[in-house]
Design a protein around this ligand. Structure first.
Ligand code: SAM
Length: 338
């Protein structure tokens, strides 16, 4: 079959992610009333993904949801609303899933960034669908911008940008452009989400991106807090990892970030090298084993047959969620005390 090349192949991974999510929803691993509105044409008729993929999608989704909820609740406990920035957001539905719950009041602003081709499609889906658009606010407060590649609502912003560009100009301009003027306050607790996106960038590019945010919040005058969550493959130098990597490369997707984190311990460096005060990581294997309740494991084991637990664990062992927190003092210095 003919496969897209280069950036088109990278963008194609968004359809794969959306399909995987839709598949897990159809198989009742979890609910997501919004994903069906963001699928590409005809995608709802695709066969469900294999059980192993569904379980992986489920574990990843539950774990990141739990971290994001904790972040919102912690900020709330501090008496602050918070901001979330999703880099390479694709067709992610997280904003709507939060907006559909009481936690919506804890969100000052939710920013999604992706290639213009992807944001244009998403903006159109939002405009076309009431389930999506009504959660953004009154129709007159939801505005397309930049030729339909961007969309702005009171607490939601969809922004087209190639994240590999030097962030000093590109990201800075995008977040401070006319329509989106100052849409990220340096004073509010802010959570960065990198879900399956850094692997498509060179290490120097993803480091520049993270460092840009680190610097941006050092300008805050109010003791800002920066959090970040990365979901990515790692440890791809071992025999099984090499097989995974070759499978992906066979689809023409360039993965310049794939070998940056050869071991579990190296994952923590993602944030520590940028002066984060704390950094943690868990593999999906560990999360499934330790953090998903027995009742839930029992429930999902009934959804469909999965007899290759060993293979499942080998795959899940190559995916990790890494998260970190950086606290700023009033003078912009990091609190290194603990
Ligand atoms: N984060 C979403 C999720 O987990 O469902 C989508 C993940 S999808 C595998 C990767 C996304 O990152 C795609 O939407 C792709 O277009 C985006 N992406 C990759 N490289 C990018 C770049 N340089 N600039 C902007 N977006 C990028």
């Amino acid at each position: 079959s003919i496969q897209p090349d280069g950036d088109a192949a990278i963008r194609q991974t968004d359809s794969d992610a959306a399909l995987a999510r839709f598949s897990a929803v159809q198989k009742q691993y979890f609910t997501d009333p919004f994903i069906k509105h963001l699928l590409g044409r005809g995608s709802q008729f695709q066969p469900p993904r294999p059980p192993l993929i569904n379980v992986g999608t489920y574990v990843r989704s539950e774990a990141i949801d739990a971290l994001v909820d904790q972040w919102l609740d912690l900020s709330h406990a501090e008496g602050k609303k918070c901001q979330i920035v999703s880099l390479g957001a694709g067709s992610d539905t997280r904003f709507w899933r939060i907006a559909n719950t009481p936690r919506k009041d804890l969100l000052a602003s939710y920013v999604e960034i992706d290639f213009p081709e992807i944001t244009t499609k998403k903006a159109m889906s939002i405009r076309k669908n009431k389930d999506l658009s009504l959660l953004l606010g009154r129709p007159e407060d939801v505005k397309l911008a930049h030729g339909g590649t961007a969309l702005h609502a009171p607490a939601y912003h969809l922004i087209p940008l190639d994240l590999r560009l030097p962030p000093g100009q590109a990201l800075g301009n995008a977040l401070n452009s006319d329509a989106g003027a100052g849409l990220l306050s340096p004073n509010l607790p802010t959570l960065l989400l990198f879900e399956c996106v850094l692997v498509y960038m060179r290490p120097a590019e993803s480091e520049a991106l993270i460092q840009w945010f680190v610097d941006y919040f050092s300008a805050g005058d109010d003791g800002a807090v920066l959090g970040a969550i990365v979901y990515e493959m790692f440890g791809l130098n071992d025999p099984f990892g090499k097989v995974m990597l070759n499978n992906l490369r066979a689809r023409n997707v360039d993965l310049p970030g794939a070998e940056s984190y050869p071991t579990f311990d190296s994952l923590l460096q993602r944030f520590l090298r940028h002066g984060f005060d704390a950094s943690h990581a868990l593999t999906l294997r560990e999360i499934r084993r330790t953090y998903i309740s027995h009742q839930e494991l029992e429930r999902i084991s009934q959804l469909e047959m999965l007899d290759e637990i060993e293979e499942l664990e080998l795959v899940l062992q190559h995916y990790a969620i890494t998260w970190g927190v950086k606290l700023y003092e009033r003078n912009g210095q990091s609190l290194k005390a603990n």
